[in-house]
Design a protein around this ligand. Structure first.
Ligand code: LLP
Length: 409
């Protein structure tokens, strides 16, 4: 789709997140279609992009939600996700979060340790409820991705080992306050080969068979997220093959497949639009200094992640430049040696593939207002989050200023 970035910059100012909502819808439908023939729910991983309008757009297509805090659960509910399609995952949950999740009667609470199971049981008993649970199994598989986003090894804090999982299921089956109905794994993000996922899937399916033999009725088989997307020119998982593999491995189990894609759904829907402030050169380097920064999009700084950067409506011979922001950290960059034409004040750049873990990981570091977010759909564009103002940033602090005169009182 053609997006008129110049018009958007004029209308909404920069830095700006722009999401192609048609793309998101197509991705959802493509995945849904691939699972055709098997009961399934696509539980969008809200952490990838938590904007209410993004969640609501997906909910409108029928998507569920995978959440990792009660805040995300509440976003999903507010955005119109059916409560029976909401999963609450995460390696540590507070009692009040568990209580609220039980009161909201969501589909599943996903457990990551025996201790957590006991907490959920205690809270459910206090409330006189039966908690529907699943258990995250750590299959000890190397997802072959960046170590910071790899989660399926025993080196990682996530999930429990097979034997422990089995013991937990047996305990849960006997409990009056727990109903073990799901099994889950998630071995990492940006996985570009099918093999680690299919290995994990087989290991977890074997456990599900064992559990069924013990009359523990697993109804939901959750394959996590992690489907790799194209940031550069990488080849990644074919979605048809992915879904076929899952259907095959779970064929004899009679389960509903839950799938928790984040990046797959939104990464390439998003563009981070930023304005050139100026160029700067020294004897070694060409820097393009822009008005966006690591507080807006931290993936390059944090994971050395590659995002393609393009100049908007600007041609001419390219030469390598580091695209950097105004934050006072050397790690504040969007790209190193990006081929770009000569740029001037107010020229526009787009940082691509910014729809996942872009805004949702942004911060106010350096007292920078977080960007606005815009949805583009067909030929329409609309604001889905207004730009922050200085007043927003200090709102939670100013009442505590000791010198009242500074508060303007
Ligand atoms: N399910 C669970 C239990 C997860 O922990 C995650 C992501 C997902 C699903 C969705 O994974 P996805 O399909 O988006 O790969 N900030 C990092 C990614 C962190 C992923 C954390 N967990 C990045 O920007 O690459």
């Amino acid at each position: 789709m053609h997006i008129d970035f110049e018009m958007l910059a004029q209308k909404y100012d920069t830095p700006l997140y722009v999401y192609d909502f048609d793309y998101i819808k197509n991705r959802y439908l493509e995945l849904k279609e691939a699972f055709n023939g098997q009961k399934n729910i696509i539980n969008y991983a809200v952490k990838a992009n938590s904007n209410l309008s993004v969640i609501s757009h997906l909910a409108g297509q029928g998507a569920g939600a995978d959440c990792v805090s009660i805040g995300e659960v509440k976003r999903a509910v507010l955005a119109g996700v059916s409560k029976y399609k909401i999963i609450f995952s995460g390696v540590g949950k507070r009692d009040d979060e568990i209580r609220e999740a039980l009161n909201l009667d969501i589909l599943l609470i996903n457990l990551e340790s025996e201790e957590e199971m006991k907490r959920v049981e205690a809270v459910a008993s206090e409330l006189g409820k039966i908690a529907r649970i699943s258990i995250r199994v750590n299959p000890n598989i190397d997802a072959k991705t960046h170590p910071y986003i790899s989660t399926g090894l025993h080196d990682n804090k996530f999930g429990v080992e097979i034997d422990m999982a089995k013991r937990m299921y047996i305990y849960a089956k006997k409990s009056s306050f727990l109903n073990p109905v799901g099994i889950h794994f998630h071995i990492g993000s940006q996985i570009t080969e099918l093999e680690p996922i299919s290995e994990a899937c087989s290991i977890v399916a074997d456990l599900a068979h064992t559990l069924k033999a013990l009359e523990i009725d697993i109804k939901f088989f959750d394959v996590g997220g992690g489907i790799g997307v194209v940031y550069d020119e990488e080849t990644t998982i074919d979605i048809q093959e992915y879904a076929e593999m899952i259907k095959n491995v779970t064929r004899k189990l009679d389960v509903t497949i839950l799938c928790e894609p984040g990046k797959y759904m939104v990464a390439n829907s998003g563009y981070f639009l930023t304005k050139v402030l100026y160029e700067k050169r020294n004897d070694q380097k060409r820097f393009v200094i822009v008005d966006g920064a690591m507080n807006d999009l931290i993936r390059p700084s944090l994971y050395n992640a590659y995002h393609k950067i393009e100049a908007v409506n600007k041609t001419g011979e390219s030469s390598p430049a580091d695209v950097v922001g105004p934050v006072c950290e050397s790690g504040d960059f969007f790209g190193k040696n990006a081929p770009l034409p000569q740029l001037e004040h107010n020229d526009l750049l787009i940082v691509k593939s910014a729809g996942a873990y872009g805004f949702s990981m942004s911060s106010n570091y350096n007292t920078r207002n977080r960007s606005a977010e815009v949805a583009v759909q067909g030929s329409n564009d609309r604001l889905i989050r207004r730009r922050e103002r200085f007043e927003d940033l200090i709102a939670l602090e100013r009442d505590y200023l000791e010198e009242l005169s500074l508060k303007g009182e």
